[in-house]
Design a protein around this ligand. Structure first.
Ligand SMILES: Nc1ncnc2c1ncn2[C@@H]1O[C@H](COP(=O)(O)OP(=O)(O)OP(=O)(O)O)[C@@H](O)[C@H]1O
Ligand SMILES: [Mg+2]
Length: 482
């Protein structure tokens, strides 16, 4: 350890930029309360997280300031500038802030400091600069609140675009299923009614048997019915309506569209006539029309419900609810799930191009958070392009990194805006539309959480954000779930 070896005179203290405006009385007070201390090359002057007991001003030598980021110690500054300070810099906030060192200070070579106990430093600041104190308190508390808001906004952002995109996408199949179910209920009631007529004995046993067989055949035809073009369908409906009229079946034009959609034609219905006889043809055709219609409705409901469950699957993949936060994932699954969320928000004039390198290995990742990154980048790309353009989502390999690119054909990022886009709260969008947090959040997720990088290249008509992710987990990270 070190022992106080020396004191500074008020005149010496005045040469430090931090103290240059103090009066003689204040300098005298500092000279009395502070000590000069030496530290050998390579020693830790103070360590991040320990109780902050002293305020340090560098007098001689060089130091590094570092912070722990996900277990890695990252050097933030390296300086030999006389007068730089560190340590208990927030002592004047007293119990409004946790009084621990926010970073680690190391002496690079033999260094000398003016050291002031935290309580002396706090006392000096509070009593000499009461107004500045109020301003600093406001600033500090404001920043802390902003940090909290950023954290909440991070979660809300994902949820917000998730629900906006998803509700839109879920609406169509859900409405289709509801509509089809109600028509189906109606048709099934109609069939029950017809069944009563059949049961009355108007069809003999053999004809009934044949009808049931034909019904099975009709069901099979519905399943295999080709999708006709509107024109071909109209022609087929006309021909069938004519045939039905020839058979003296009332309102045949009403039945024809359903029968055609189910793949039933005149030839097939002629077999029905042979089987049941001309007298019962109409009842049989109406019965078979119900069969076809209920089959078509059930298929529609099946399709709608399959789409809904697909969307819910994508939403689950997107939100990663009930999945391990850190796991080995295929980024394409994440990108696809995110793109599903955007389906409803993609303007008709915007083309989506996917260029996936499917040979890429799965990577360790905080999946839900990466989805936020894609969301923010795609949101920006769509915002830049407006109604028209091409959104390209590309994956590839870059050495031992995996690259995901989100490219747009918007106007590009002006040179004077470019250096600021990753700053929190920086936005060029009108008040109330952008918070300016999208890229800040994305940067923190990619760089701080994944030890990756985000780069941007932009020219008018071509802006590309490139996210680089390590292919393997850094040794310091926890094991990702498989
Ligand atoms: N693809 C892009 N093309 C042109 N400019 C972009 C693009 N992406 C980002 N920018 C610029 O960077 C700024 C900051 O983007 P960021 O995503 O951080 O915030 P924002 O989109 O303005 O708001 P928020 O994402 O919070 O809704 C944008 O306002 C815009 O000026
Ligand atoms: Mg944005």
């Amino acid at each position: 350890m070190t022992t106080p070896t020396d004191r500074l005179t008020p005149d010496q203290l005045r040469t430090l930029f931090l103290f240059e405006a103090l009066d003689d009385g204040q300098l005298g007070w500092l000279a009395e309360h502070g000590r000069v201390e030496q530290r050998a090359a390579g020693t830790v002057v103070y360590a991040e997280g320990e109780p902050a007991t002293c305020f340090f001003v560098l007098l001689r030598g060089a130091v590094t300031l570092s912070r722990r980021v996900h277990g890695d110690e990252v050097v933030v500054t390296r300086t030999g500038q006389r007068g730089v300070y560190g340590g208990a810099t927030q002592a004047y906030l007293d119990d409004q802030a946790e009084q621990v060192y926010r970073n680690t200070l190391r002496a690079v070579d033999a260094a000398e400091f003016f050291v002031l106990p935290a309580e002396s430093f706090a006392h000096a600041v509070r009593s000499w600069f009461p107004m500045a104190m109020h301003l600093l308190e406001g600033l500090f508390i404001g920043m802390r609140n902003a940090q909290t808001i950023v954290g909440e906004r991070e979660r809300l952002l994902a949820l917000g675009s998730l629900s906006a995109g998803l509700t839109h996408e879920l609406n169509n199949p859900a409405a289709a299923a509801v509509r089809a179910t109600s028509v189906l209920r109606d048709r099934v009631a109609g069939m029950r009614h017809k069944l009563a007529m059949i049961a009355d004995g108007r069809l003999d046993g053999r004809a009934l048997h044949t009808l049931v067989e034909l019904q099975e055949e009709a069901v099979a035809r519905v399943a295999a019915a080709p999708q006709l073009s509107p024109m071909a369908a109209a022609d087929a409906e006309d021909a069938l309506a004519d045939w039905l009229a020839e058979q003296r079946i009332d309102a045949g034009w009403d039945l024809a569209p359903t029968l055609v959609a189910g793949g039933l034609d005149e030839e097939w219905l002629a077999r029905v006539r042979t089987a049941v006889g001309a007298a019962d043809l109409e009842a049989a055709v109406r019965w078979l029309t119900y069969t076809v219609e209920t089959e078509l409705l059930m298929r529609e409901i099946g399709d709608a419900v399959t789409r809904i469950s697909g969307l819910v699957g994508a939403a689950k993949q997107y939100s990663q609810l009930d999945r391990a936060p850190y796991q080995v994932v295929d980024v394409h699954d994440l990108l696809d799930a995110t793109l599903v969320m955007f389906k409803g928000k993609l303007p008709a004039g915007v083309r989506l191009v996917k260029e996936y390198d499917r040979g890429l290995p799965p990577v360790p990742a905080y999946a839900a958070e990466l989805n936020q990154v894609w969301t923010n980048l795609i949101d920006n790309a769509l915002g830049a392009m407006g109604e028209k353009g091409t959104l390209t989502v590309r994956t590839g390999r870059d050495g031992d990194l995996l690259a995901v690119e989100i490219a747009d054909t918007g106007p590009g990022i002006p040179a004077d805006v470019r250096p600021r886009i990753f700053e929190p709260f920086f936005t060029t969008k009108p008040v109330g539309t952008g918070t300016g947090l999208g890229l800040d959040i994305s940067y923190r997720i990619v760089v701080h959480k994944h030890h990756g990088d985000i780069r941007v290249e932009s020219a008018p008509g071509a802006t590309t954000f490139r996210v680089l992710l390590p292919l393997t987990a850094p040794a310091s990270d926890p094991e990702p779930a498989p």
